[in-house]
Design a protein around this ligand. Sequence first.
Ligand code: ZN
Length: 255
Amino acid sequence: MARALDPNQLQEAASIINKARRVVAFTGAGISVPSGIPDFRSPGGLWTKFDPFEVASAHALENNPRKVWEFMLATVDLLGRSQPNPAHIALAELEKNSRMTGIITQNIDNLHQRAGSSLVVEYHGNFQRFYCRGCFRECSEHEVMAECSRSIPVWCPSCGSLVRPDVVFFGEAIPSMAHQQSMELIQAADVLIVVGTSGEVAPANVFPRQVKLSGGKIIEVNLGPTHYADITDVRFNAPAEDVLPQLADLVFGHS
Ligand code: ZN
């Protein structure tokens, strides 16, 4: 049962969305917590079990690929057991009804796509895609998992180099395509819905400020304090899986 939200706030946010030409969502770990994926950095998250430098860095790929693969298998298992929640589904509905231009996500869990969103920029990559770091050949998840059942790490069948997930590891740059697509969405946005991201992780944390500086509005759906308090037009300090379905209903005129 969803808790009661301030109806005036919901109305104000719906009105902002309905007046906008280009609405973009910017999402982070918080939106996937109710799907069973704890924020990597929170208690119970993967960074309490693995040291990121040892398992998810350029250094680790070079020096200890087996550890990288042990971490990847744990992550693939965690993500494989998760399901999109009502917050992901509400954003997909907004897109289907032409009320949203796209999503920029910092998550690597594929849940926006599984909920039905198609315009998703994966700023940090996707843990269900893999490629060879030698010849850049793409390897399907099916192919990789079959190989994993025999041994890890996985080596490229074409050139013998290490196969890795298509995610941004610590110390690696954001892929230029993802950055370019994000900038196009941000520069055109007149509303940004910030969901489940408190603004700690650079460089993506500057997006809300860029939208605000160019005259756009910020709707924030975040639990607890964030770095966006000074720029937010409407802020819901409530779970995204409660807020977004109710907001989408109002936008569609269902309430
Ligand atoms: Zn290769």
